[in-house]
Ligand binder design. Structure first.
Ligand code: BGC
Length: 417
């Protein structure tokens, strides 16, 4: 379901198309939600590359991880007939905005740079609408990661867990030793991030696909889903009492400082470790959350909204060209913790976690175990994603039974579909 009127968006698009662009200095207002330490460094790299080519960047950051706060700002701007030139959106949201006629067609730059040859099919499917590129992908973020402090784990003689039973056993030992097992923050999308890794781990790849991608009611209402919520209840017990309201990057900092042993978070968390000058394998370790070869994919991209003014159109063209450049893909993703969206970027500068992500993504694509993240708007968007997040967070933040959570999940997803 879209939140805006197609007619209104088309009217705005028409005015834009008529403003014949002469050659002008590139300018772009860029709406994004990259405000943490690592995120800010990554977006600054884009800003600098843009400025180096004569671009005037108007920064429009909306604080709030996961992008839920930004989505409201974007809707308001489009409805007011004043969209930003470039917006960080992803997954089915791209399709919705394209369907509403709000997005510029990027075919020219895509052809000039041969995007078809350098982007994996999974990514092409996300950023194309009716066969044409309408967004430019920045990266691939893997969601199903554990970030751990090895010194803290060593205090209870543990390594990073490789099964959920091991996770629970290690977390119980940490608790007994007075150490916070799981660094976690207090936004619903963070609960949903942990939830989807548990769905993948406890239920398996096919179960994840049925429940979170295909919205199969039998899977959603199954005993397996009850077991997922049982594990979520255990996870709640591994979190410290001060988690409400905490941002995800502050939870990452708890692992850095040794105040907590582990965090379950996408590899934007690695951007925080990198920004603090820490090294993987030494200061912290990364390992996929336990699953049988699953890979939860999230990919950021920028869509260019229909705007008026030759300078803004120039700005959009320049941004699109820069974002998929090989060099920029390397620089940006080293800061961001993600891996390049294009497949031909040299691997030499990337760390072991990134190399693992690259290899695992190819293996998962080949083996049919590559899955879109629900929490991060690849598998689902809008009301359905909202329903998953609401139930996951309502259960996590109360003493709701697993059976009740499953009932709520089935009824809320039915209503949202
Ligand atoms: C985005 C990342 C971002 C993270 C935290 C995710 O949904 O894809 O780029 O760093 O949220 O804000």
């Amino acid at each position: 379901m879209t939140y805006f009127s197609k007619a209104l968006v088309s009217a705005v698009a028409l005015t834009v198309a008529m403003a014949a662009p002469a050659k002008a200095d590139p300018k772009a207002e860029v709406l994004h939600y990259w405000t943490s330490g690592g995120e800010a460094k990554a977006v600054k790299a884009l800003q600098e590359a843009f400025a180096a080519r004569g671009g005037e960047w108007i920064d429009a950051p909306v604080a709030g991880g996961g992008g839920d706060a930004q989505a409201a700002v974007l809707r308001a701007r489009v409805l007011a007939g004043d969209p930003p030139a470039a917006v960080q959106i992803k997954g089915p949201n791209i399709q919705e905005w394209a369907e509403a006629g709000a997005l510029a067609d990027l075919s020219d730059v895509a052809e000039a740079q041969n995007w078809d040859a350098v982007l994996p099919q999974t990514i092409q499917d996300i950023v194309k609408y009716e066969g044409n590129y309408v967004a430019v992908p920045v990266n691939v973020h893997r969601v199903d990661w554990i970030w751990a402090n090895p010194e803290v784990l060593a205090k209870v003689g543990a390594d990073v867990p490789t099964t959920w039973d091991e996770f629970n056993a290690t977390a119980d030992k940490l608790l007994a030793a007075g150490i916070i097992p799981l660094a976690h923050g207090g936004q619903p999308w963070q609960d949903a991030t942990v939830f989807e890794t548990v769905v993948l781990g406890i239920g398996g790849v096919d179960f994840y696909r049925k429940a979170l991608v295909d919205l199969d009611m039998d899977a959603l209402g199954s005993d397996t889903m009850v077991a997922v919520f049982d594990q979520m209840r255990k996870m709640r017990g591994y979190v410290d009492p001060d988690f409400p309201g905490r941002d995800w990057n502050l939870a990452t900092a708890m692992v850095m400082r040794g105040e907590a042993a582990m965090q379950i978070m996408g590899d934007w968390a690695k951007g925080e470790f990198a920004a603090a000058g820490l090294e993987p394998g030494k200061d912290y370790v990364c390992a996929p959350t336990p699953s049988e070869g699953g890979y939860l994919l999230n990919s950021d991209s920028f869509a260019m909204f229909n705007v008026s003014g030759a300078d803004q159109v120039e700005g959009q063209n320049l941004l699109s060209e820069l974002i998929l450049g090989t060099e920029f893909q390397e620089t940006f993703n080293l800061f961001k913790g993600s891996i390049p969206a294009r497949t031909d970027v040299p691997r030499g500068e990337f760390d072991a976690c990134a190399i693992k992500s690259m290899d695992d993504m190819v293996a998962a694509a080949d083996g049919g175990t590559l899955l879109g993240s629900m929490a991060h708007e690849i598998a689902q968007a809008g009301a359905v994603r909202g329903a998953f997040i609401d139930v996951a967070t309502a259960h996590f933040n109360s003493d709701m039974s697993s059976e009740e959570a499953v009932e709520k999940l089935v009824s809320s997803i039915k209503l949202a579909m």
